[in-house]
Write a new protein. Structure first.
Length: 125
């Protein structure tokens, strides 16, 4: 089975969310998102590479030692894809946060917008 444009976009998305250094994160965000790309979920509403990297850095700081991983297949049509994910602890395998995202892609395959839904969050989030 070949990798399609939706899977490529989602892989790049996870690369950005899992980047551990500021430089790596900036590079991953630029590869995944269009210049004016946006991200909206119940806790954030940002646009542009710097703001996207800042939101990701905040999540990384809030959940150190955790990795964003896909929770099922990517489903896409036209310029839209949806997928689910979990934030998994490397220490104990727990997944305190889980969600589902819908992304819209530009002609170049980079993300134009993300609409995120949090399916499971800790009470203190």
């Amino acid at each position: 089975m070949s990798v399609n444009r939706y899977e490529t976009a989602v892989t790049r998305y996870f690369d950005a969310w899992n980047a551990t250094s500021a430089d790596e994160r900036a590079e991953a965000v630029a590869l995944a998102w269009a210049e004016d790309g946006s991200y909206t979920d119940p806790l954030a509403d940002v646009a542009g590479h710097e703001a996207l990297a800042a939101v990701i850095a905040g999540a990384r700081a809030r959940f150190p030692g955790h990795v964003f991983t896909p929770a099922g297949p990517v489903d896409g049509h036209h310029d839209t894809a949806r997928f689910s994910w979990e934030l998994i602890s490397a220490a104990d395998g727990s997944a305190p946060v889980a969600g589902s995202d819908v992304i819209t892609l530009g002609e170049d395959g980079r993300i134009v917008s993300v609409r995120g839904f949090l399916d499971r969050i800790p009470a203190s989030a």
